[in-house]
Structures are given as C-alpha cells and as structure tokens.
Write a protein that binds this ligand. Sequence first.
Ligand code: OGA
Ligand code: MN
Length: 204
Amino acid sequence: MSLLNDRIVESIATTGCYVGDSILDAALVIALRGRLLVLQARQGLVAAQVGRATSLTSTTELRGDSIAWLDENALAPAESRAMELINRLRAALNEALYIGAIDTECHYARYPIGAFYKTHLDRFGTHDLRVVSLIFYLNARWQDHHGGELLIHHQSNKSIERVQPRCGTMVAFLSARFPHEVLPATRPRLSLSGWMRRRALVGQ
Ligand code: OGA
Ligand code: MN
C-alpha cells in the first residue's frame, strides 16, 4: 500500500476529510485535463443536474458547471490509470475503515467564469449510496486571486476549510458529513470528481 494512501486513510479516519497531495501524478493530471478539453471542444459536456432540483431553473441557481461522466466501458488510457489509482485508494479505505465501497462513479466538471455550486451535501436523500467524495483539480497555474475556492464546512468545530483548485491537489471526504460549496472564479475551473459507493441494501 502506498504511503500517500496511508495518509489519506489516516486523515479520513480522524477528521473525515483529506485535503492535500493527489494520488494522480502531474503527467496524469495533464492528460486528464487534455481529455476534458477535447470533450468540451466536441460539445461532450452537459449542464449538471442536482438530485433534488425539480426544474432547470432551480438547478442553475444551485450550480453552473457542465459535466461529462466517465464511461467505464470506454475509458481513455489516462482515465483507466486514474481509475486504477482510485480503486487502490478505495481498497485501502475499505480495509481500514470498513466503508464497504464497491465502485466509484466519476465525472469531469467545468465551471465557466463566474459559475458556482452553492452549499450542498453530496448525498441526496437517505437512500443515496455515496460514501466518499473525491475531487481532483486539473487547473494549471491557478492563482489565489482567480477565486474558485472550495469551502468545506467542518461542522464538528464550526470551521471552514478553503481549498484552492490547483492541479496536484486532491480532496476526499465522507459524503454524508461535509456541506461544501464552490465559489465563482475569474477563469474556467476544471476538475474530475468521484464518488465511492456502497452496495444497496435489500429494499433500497
Ligand atoms: C461536486 C462538488 C467541488 C469542487 O461536484 O459535487 O462539490 O471543488 N465539487 O469542484
Ligand atoms: Mn459536492
């Protein structure tokens, strides 16, 4: 098991949240970023939806990003490699914390200039199977004044953690526990997000 995975597991075990070095190396992040840009050029990104939202208007008031889900059966080489590394982390989390995550769903996200995602939980309703949320930033040369921070609300000590969406940084947290929001940025903001999911119980 990798030292970095150990650190992430330790942080999730103690605080429920990890912000730090990414399990995806620099070359991989560049390849994923390239893939997102190709998808965008081919109009492969679609306006994101929100579980609870009932109309298009209520969705766009909540979030302004466009997304593309990774298709498990048609992964580009960089995506296969990323899934391999994410699955290793999932195995480490399962082993240490018994979270029972059986797979990971991932999508690219692009926030145009000025777009945001208001405070939310990554679980919509009690039947949601998401256990761990992941975010990998794909933004080269991001400066603090570009904005676009992720704010993570730590309810246990009422603090707010601010994360710059810089490539090389990743975020992981227990999906049910941390309300979070994305602030508007002065340039397009790119990421790959993932959710580790547990198996549905009988009747769910
Ligand atoms: C999400 C999300 C945060 C970020 O996609 O659900 O909260 O920093 N993303 O991109
Ligand atoms: Mn979220």
